[in-house]
Ligand binder design. Structure first.
Ligand SMILES: O=C(COP(=O)(O)O)[C@@H](O)[C@H](O)[C@H](O)COP(=O)(O)O
Length: 281
């Protein structure tokens, strides 16, 4: 028989991942990490209750927020949608030397009180402050696991040595390294960068040794089909889906776009066909 907490972890994982083992998750921590200017293109989406209602209506599988935003809009994340609470962050206002550190801004207990289904934290692998983030993650993960919560690691290679050695943080060798480090530090889901090709992303998926790997969305593409194609490549490479922020809330009408993404993620639909089916083309 499974220990109680193992059942909790498995049940909560299913609130994000459908039977196909894939998930599309909406991210909304940008007001804190990037600043509210990220919402200027469609300013009404700065209001979490407005955008959360839209993404839930479109059929999103999960929503990721920081604790304070979940306090404002967590109630709009319907019970059939997974709620991921991220417990670490940083502002874009802090000095440059401190930009490579994510600090803890909430506790596992806060996520529990908010009705979370998963708990997330970022580690910048390769940062001069890697040690602090590793310890932070270990503490969060250990306690969350004891309570039956799956833990998500935003495993981002970032730091001067990475740039020196690999040229760019999206180099597959270093993304793969970050994904592996996430697995070995106890993550149940991994969110990371696109490596530029299916072949290289497949290696990241292999290095994750069965732990689901989700794409970190990135900047909005002007053509929505370009982003659908990117997510299609992730799926074809064995990725488990995507965590998407700007590509959703920076669009005037996010609902058909989310529906098209869901077609790609869950029905393996060709991106152009999915876009046509949802009236994007
Ligand atoms: O990791 C994050 C920000 O990363 P960044 O420092 O901008 O590379 C997350 O907080 C975002 O929520 C995540 O990147 C998903 O949002 P989009 O990238 O799709 O906007």
């Amino acid at each position: 028989m499974d220990a109680y907490q193992n059942v909790g972890i498995k049940r909560r994982m299913k609130r994000f991942f459908r039977r196909d083992g894939r998930a599309l998750i909406f991210a909304m921590d940008h007001g804190f990490e990037h600043g509210p200017t990220d919402f200027e293109e469609h300013w009404e989406h700065v209001n979490p209750r407005i955008i959360i209602k839209k993404v839930v209506r479109a059929g999103i599988d999960g929503v990721m927020m920081l604790p304070g935003l979940a306090r404002a809009a967590g109630i709009d994340v319907k019970p059939n949608v997974g709620l991921m609470i991220k417990l670490t962050s940083k502002t874009n206002l802090r000095p440059k030397d401190d930009q490579l550190l994510q600090s803890q801004l909430g506790y596992v207990e806060d996520a529990v009180k908010l009705g979370a289904d998963a708990i997330a934290a970022t580690v910048y692998w390769g940062s001069p402050q890697e040690d602090a983030m590793m310890r932070q993650f270990a503490e969060i993960a250990s306690y969350a696991h004891d309570l039956g919560f799956p833990v998500v690691q935003f495993a981002y290679p970032r730091g001067p040595y990475i740039n020196e050695k690999y040229g760019r943080k999206e180099d597959y060798r270093v993304v793969m390294y970050g994904a592996r480090a996430a697995v070995e530090s106890g993550a149940d889901m991994i969110k990371t960068y696109w490596t530029g090709s299916r072949e290289t992303f497949a290696k990241v998926v292999d290095a994750a040794a069965g732990v689901p790997v989700l794409l970190s969305g990135g900047a909005k593409t002007d053509n929505p089909v370009d982003f659908l194609k990117l997510v299609w490549d992730v799926i074809e490479a064995g990725g488990a889906g995507a965590v998407v922020g700007r590509n959703i809330f920076q669009r005037e009408d996010p609902e058909p776009f989310i529906k098209a993404l869901l077609r790609v993620v869950h029905r393996n639909e060709d991106p152009e066909e999915a876009a046509k089916a949802e009236g994007l083309l």
